[in-house]
Design a protein around this ligand. Structure first.
Ligand code: A2P
Length: 333
């Protein structure tokens, strides 16, 4: 018989937290008891799960008592504070922030790639960065065939990745621009995001590389167990509400024909190939939003590099890029 679990969601009122609750319901995760947690600001608010109303509680020292699995999506600082409390209570934590991802004692898991790592956890399992997840889901099956040597990625990341406030920012700014009013900054982004592109996600280091760009490099290496893999690229915030796009160029040790790459990706777990450019068939954020798959299209021979494939990879950053991946990890447990 399926074992029932007692589950807590910290960050239950946020964009990813809400999607986690929805994903648990849609995938019929075996839950005996659900506790919804957030900051004192939203304590008392109501959330419906499986037709029943649940009250959101402010997270406290008592919150994780008798909890088997805690899903966190409340930012790195909150995670650092509450992870030890959850661990002391005996819960297994699946954390969506970047707080623990590169900790050598914490597995960083994409179930289609390294599910076995989840079983080696010491209380915390990290959910990777959204942009990294969709890239590696498409890259790893090709790596198994031809051996990855170098990857270059340019991201087109939606505002949902920044959280609820950023979605409001894009709405407000779009309305302001369309009605020819001034776009006053609310501080979510360093510049206007509506009708604009910001090549700036996270802080820059002394070499001009952003935090998001380092996440792509380091997390890809860790998930695929390829510590020497060469990875470069740029991460860009775009005025799309939800669902990220990525231009990915991958160079391999061996030759890999685009037709072979398509065949491999058609059979790859979690991937849907949409690739008929002559008929204007390719993945797009407007079609991928709210869906589970990683969509891959424009699969072609790279015009500059030897043994290289270029492709366009689209996935909903709140689903596979966050909530779904976390729930899939919970399913492994
Ligand atoms: P709250 O609604 O009480 O602020 P998003 O990234 O979409 O903005 O969501 C962030 C989530 O993390 C929200 O559920 C938010 O709760 C929660 N959160 C933020 N800061 C804290 C904190 N200090 N303690 C607990 N939950 C927090």
């Amino acid at each position: 018989m399926e074992r029932m679990r007692s589950v807590a969601v910290l960050g239950a009122t946020g964009l990813v937290g809400r999607e986690m609750i929805k994903t648990l319901e849609q995938r019929d995760y075996p839950i005996s008891n659900l506790r919804l947690l957030a900051s004192p600001r939203s304590a008392g608010s109501r959330v419906v799960f499986r037709g029943e109303e649940f009250t959101v509680e402010a997270v406290s020292e008592e919150s994780f008592r008798n909890i088997d699995i805690a899903l966190f999506s409340a930012g790195g600082v909150t995670s650092k504070k509450w992870a030890p409390v959850a661990a002391d209570s005996g819960a297994v934590l699946i954390d969506n922030s970047s707080a623990w991802r590169m900790d050598p004692d914490v597995p960083l898991v994409v179930p289609e790639i390294n599910p076995q790592d989840a079983c080696e956890h010491k209380g915390i399992i990290a959910n990777p960065n959204c942009s990294t997840i969709q890239a590696v889901v498409a890259l790893y099956p090709l790596h198994r065939e031809a051996g990855l040597k170098y990857v270059n990625i340019s991201t087109y990341q939606s505002v949902a990745g920044t959280g609820m406030k950023a979605v409001e920012t894009l709405k407000k700014e779009s309305e302001a621009v369309l009605s020819e009013r001034d776009c006053d900054s609310d501080g979510v982004y360093p510049h206007q995001i509506a009708f604009n592109l910001l090549p700036h996600i996270g802080a820059f280091d002394d070499d001009g590389i952003s935090e998001e760009e380092w996440k792509m490099v380091n997390e890809s290496r860790k998930i695929m167990h390829l510590p020497q893999l060469k990875v470069s690229g740029i991460t860009v915030r775009v005025p799309v509400f939800r669902c990220h796009g990525e231009s990915v160029t991958a160079q391999f040790e061996k030759e890999l024909a685009p037709e072979k790459a398509k065949e491999i990706l058609r059979n790859a777990a979690g991937v849907v190939v949409m690739d008929d450019p002559q008929k204007a068939v390719y993945p797009m954020p407007a079609a991928g939003a709210g869906k589970d798959a990683v969509y891959v299209g424009r699969i072609r021979k790279d015009t500059g590099l030897e043994n290289a494939i270029s492709m366009w990879v689209v996935s909903d950053n709140l689903r596979k890029g966050a909530a779904l991946n976390a729930v899939q990890i919970a399913e492994i447990l």
